[in-house]
Design a protein around this ligand. Structure first.
Ligand SMILES: C[S@@+](CC[C@H](N)C(=O)[O-])C[C@H]1O[C@@H](n2cnc3c(N)ncnc32)[C@H](O)[C@@H]1O
Length: 389
C-alpha cells in the first residue's frame, strides 16, 4: 500500500470526502482507506492502480500526490543524503529535474532556495550513479518531469510527487471563459452537494440562469463520467509499467445523469460562444443556452420543471454589477424561488456582502460552505423545497 494525498480546495473537504467514498466503493468494490482528513486534503492508503486512477474519476480535488518518503530532517547534509538515495528513475524520465514546491513551517530548515539547490545537487549525484535511460520516442519533446512537493513542518519532512500534472479542474475541454468563471472543481462540488436531494437519478434537469461561459453546464453534462479528455503526469512515470489500470473512459454507475441542461445569460456574445457546448457533451445530455435577463418580466417560458438550479452571480466591483449588495442577493434568491421553483438551488455570493440571505418561502437552507473563488472569499448556500427535505 502507498500513501496518497488528495489536495482539496479548502472549504470543500466534506463534499470531496463523500465523492471519494461513493465513487471508490462503486468502482473498486471497497471503501477507501482514509488515514486523515485535514484542512485542504485527505490522505489515503491505496495500491498504485487505485491511487493513480483517482485522477480519472475524482472531480473535486485539485491534484493527487504520491507520498515518496517522510522523516525527521533538521540539516542540509541529511537532506542531501536522503534525496540522493531516492530512486528518481522510477518517477522521472531521461534525467530531467523536477519543478519543486517547498514549504517549511516551525523547522530548522527555513531557507527554501538553499534547500532547492541541495536537492538539485542530490538528484545530480543520483543521475551520475544511475544513468537515466533515454526518452522513449512515444514521449514527445514536450515531456515535463512531474513536480515534487517538499513540506517541512516541526522538522518532519514529507516528499511527494505529483501524479496529476495540470490541476485536475483543467478538464481539457473548454477553450473560452467569461470575465469571472467559477473553477470547474467548485462547480462540480456544488452539483455534488445538490444531487443528494434527488430521487430520480436518470434524467435530471439543470438550469444556470447566469451561465457566463457555461462551466456549470459542462460539469453537469459530464457529471457521471470520468476525466478522460486529458493526460496525467503519472501516465509517464516508468514505475507504472505492469500496473493494470481501469479503462480511462467510463461512466460511473449510480451517479445521476443530467439530460436537460439549460443556461441563460444577458451577455449575448457569451451566449453565442456557449452554443458550441452541446457539440462537445456526451450523447445523453442536451445543453441549450439562450439570452435571458433573470429579473425581466419577459423570461422565456420554462418547458419542464427544474430539478437543480445553481448560480454564480456577478460579484460587486469585478463585473460592475448594478446592485452587488446583500439586497441584490436577497432579491436574486427570492426571484429564483418564486419564478423558477427548482427542487433545490444553490447560490454563490461574496462573503463581505453582509448578513446571510433569509430562506425564501417554501424552501429551507440545507447546506452552506465557504471557499475562495478567483481569489474572492465566497459563501455558498443550498436551498431545498420543504417537501423534499
Ligand atoms: C460571475 S459570471 C458567471 C460565470 C459562470 N459561472 C462561468 O463559470 O463562466 C456572472 C454572469 O451573470 C450574467 N448576468 C448578470 N446579470 C444577469 C441577469 N440579470 N440575468 C442573466 N444573467 C446575468 C453576466 O453576464 C455573467 O456572465
Amino acid at each position: 500500500m502507498k500513501s496518497f494525498f488528495i489536495v482539496i480546495p479548502p472549504g470543500l473537504e466534506t463534499l470531496a470526502t463523500s465523492e471519494l467514498e461513493e465513487k471508490y466503493q462503486t468502482i473498486f468494490g471497497e471503501a477507501p482507506r482514509v488515514q486523515s482528513t485535514t484542512h485542504g486534503g485527505i490522505e489515503i492508503l491505496a495500491s498504485y492502480e487505485h491511487g493513480f486512477a483517482l485522477n480519472y474519476f475524482l472531480k473535486i480535488p485539485t491534484r493527487i500526490l504520491l507520498r515518496i518518503d517522510s522523516y525527521k530532517c533538521r540539516d542540509f547534509p541529511k537532506l542531501y543524503k536522503k534525496f540522493s538515495s531516492v530512486d528518481w528513475n522510477q518517477y522521472i524520465r531521461a534525467g530531467e529535474f523536477p519543478q519543486m514546491f517547498i514549504t517549511t513551517l516551525k523547522s530548522r530548515l527555513i531557507n527554501t532556495k538553499k534547500m532547492e539547490n541541495t536537492i538539485v545537487e542530490a538528484i545530480s549525484k543520483y543521475y551520475k550513479k544511475k544513468t537515466p535511460p533515454k526518452l522513449p520516442p512515444e514521449y514527445s519533446e514536450n515531456y515535463q518531469a512531474p513536480q515534487i512537493h517538499v513540506r517541512v513542518c516541526d522538522d518532519s519532512l514529507t516528499l511527494s510527487i505529483d501524479t496529476s500534472g495540470e490541476r485536475l479542474d483543467r478538464r481539457g475541454m473548454k477553450s473560452f471563459t467569461s470575465g469571472a468563471p467559477i473553477r470547474e472543481s467548485f462547480a462540480y462540488s456544488l452539483l455534488w452537494s445538490a444531487r443528494k436531494y434527488m430521487q430520480n437519478l436518470d434524467g435530471l434537469s439543470f438550469l444556470d440562469p447566469m451561465c457566463g461561459s457555461g462551466t456549470f453546464l459542462l460539469e453537469a453534462a459530464y457529471f457521471h463520467t470520468s476525466n478522460w479528455n486529458r493526460d496525467f503526469s503519472f501516465e509517464s512515470m516508468p514505475l507504472i509499467k505492469g500496473v493494470e489500470f481501469i479503462e480511462k473512459k467510463f461512466e460511473i454507475k449510480g451517479i445521476p445523469i443530467f439530460k436537460n441542461i439549460t443556461g441563460n445569460d444577458i451577455d449575448k456574445e457569451m451566449i453565442e460562444k456557449t452554443k458550441v457546448i452541446n457539440s462537445i457533451t456526451p450523447e445523453n445530455s442536451n445543453v441549450s443556452t439562450q439570452y435571458a435577463d433573470l429579473f425581466s418580466d419577459q423570461l422565456p417560458e420554462i418547458k419542464s420543471s427544474t430539478d437543480i438550479l445553481l448560480v454564480n452571480p456577478p460579484y460587486g466591483k469585478r463585473l460592475k454589477n448594478r446592485v452587488g449588495t446583500a439586497k441584490y442577493y436577497a432579491q436574486l434568491i427570492k426571484r429564483i424561488a418564486s419564478f423558477h421553483h427548482p427542487k433545490v438551488f444553490g447560490v454563490v455570493f461574496p462573503k463581505t456582502e453582509g448578513p446571510q440571505p433569509q430562506d425564501p418561502d417554501g424552501y429551507t437552507k440545507v447546506f452552506t460552505t465557504t471557499f475562495s473563488n478567483c481569489g474572492i472569499k465566497v459563501d455558498y448556500s443550498l436551498f431545498c423545497q420543504d417537501q423534499l427535505k
